[in-house]
Design a protein around this ligand. Structure first.
Ligand SMILES: [Zn+2]
Length: 342
């Protein structure tokens, strides 16, 4: 029997020990090569794109000869105005890369010996980089769609006489949200197994109108969509080639070949993340968490070295985070992000 990819040496190309032994200069060289990949690390002015600059003495700060803008290795990126050594950020990305089912901020704070607040913001910056750079090109081929609820739990009262009917709409938890996953199956054009690309959205509930909006945004007309029997998807029959599977009867329909197991396996990973790592999930961040797990599903057959490079370059591409800058000082501007435009 062939060895599982994750057990092979090709899957392990990231060396945390080497990163830990880097000098700050080496960490900077890495950041430069990732940020200015096209010029092999030679600084490019973020304002005007000029390659000519003065090197300000003793610091890794440059001044553009064309527009006189001063810039550093991290200006305009997610790590702008960084407070920690660059090497610490590389270690953080490496640790984040290796946690296949996500990472808690407490673990990050212990591993890096930084405050919990620092670790919390750092993890959310990574998630934001993944979300901002996600590929939202409408999918084709075969797509699977499904929804799952989060934050809807209502704890039953201790005494039976105090208990309410938790199935009634008026007794539902108002924080309840629905994550919708849209996965394009692999058509053999890449080495990825199972799914090619995964997009996630957050809704108040699984309703016809929003499901149609999501499909319009993320799936090309005429695409084959596999989903379960939930009523919210009925509206898609007019535009798409729908395959429905009744989960109360079976997971795979022999006649129609309808099957949404890829969507289900996404939720399996998401639940492990939710229950095993983050426990409590603020509604403000559900989309970020959901997208992190989508990224991990899509990259699960890449080597950890490739994932590390990919996340690093996404962090360097993302504009300075408005949402997470000075978060604990209360200057943040975070609002609940749902998957589709309201
Ligand atoms: Zn310039």
């Amino acid at each position: 029997m062939a060895q599982h990819f994750l057990l092979s040496s090709q899957a392990r190309t990231l060396n945390i020990i080497k990163i830990a032994q880097m000098t700050e200069k080496q960490a900077e060289t890495y950041f430069r090569k990732v940020r200015w990949a096209n010029t092999n690390g030679k600084p490019v002015c973020p304002k005007c794109g000029s390659l000519e600059h003065y090197n300000l003495k003793g610091r890794s700060v440059w001044k553009c000869k064309n527009c006189y803008k001063q810039f550093s290795i991290t200006s305009g990126t997610l790590f702008a105005a960084h407070k920690l050594p660059l090497k610490t950020y590389l270690l953080a990305i490496a640790l984040f890369t290796n946690e296949a089912k996500g990472m808690s901020a407490l673990k990050m704070s212990r591993d890096l010996n930084v405050q919990y607040k620092t670790a919390f913001v750092l993890l959310h910056k990574f998630r934001e980089a993944l979300l901002e750079t996600r590929d939202e090109t409408p999918m084709d081929g075969i797509v699977e769609m499904d929804g799952a609820y989060v934050n809807g739990y209502v704890r039953p009262k201790n005494n039976i006489n105090d208990r309410i009917d938790r199935r009634l709409a008026k007794h539902q938890n108002s924080n309840k949200r629905c994550i919708i996953v849209v996965r394009q199956r692999n058509d053999g054009s890449t080495e990825l197994v199972g799914s090619k690309r995964t997009l996630t959205y957050v809704l108040h509930n699984e309703n016809t109108q929003d499901i149609l909006k999501i499909a319009n945004n993320s799936i090309q007309k005429g695409t084959e969509i596999h989903t379960d029997e939930a009523n919210a998807y009925d509206t898609l029959h007019a535009k798409y080639n729908m395959k429905r599977v009744d989960h109360s009867v079976e997971y795979y329909n022999q006649d129609t070949k309808a099957c949404s197991n890829q969507a289900e396996s996404y939720f399996a990973r998401f639940r492990r993340f939710q229950e095993g790592q983050i426990h409590k999930m603020g509604n403000l961040y559900i989309l970020n968490y959901a997208n992190e797990m989508a990224y991990r599903e899509d990259t699960r057959r890449m080597s950890n070295g490739d994932i590390f490079n990919d996340i690093s370059s996404k962090c360097m591409k993302s504009l300075q985070s408005n949402e997470w800058t000075a978060y604990w000082q209360g200057n943040h501007r975070i609002s609940e992000r749902l998957g589709v435009a309201a």
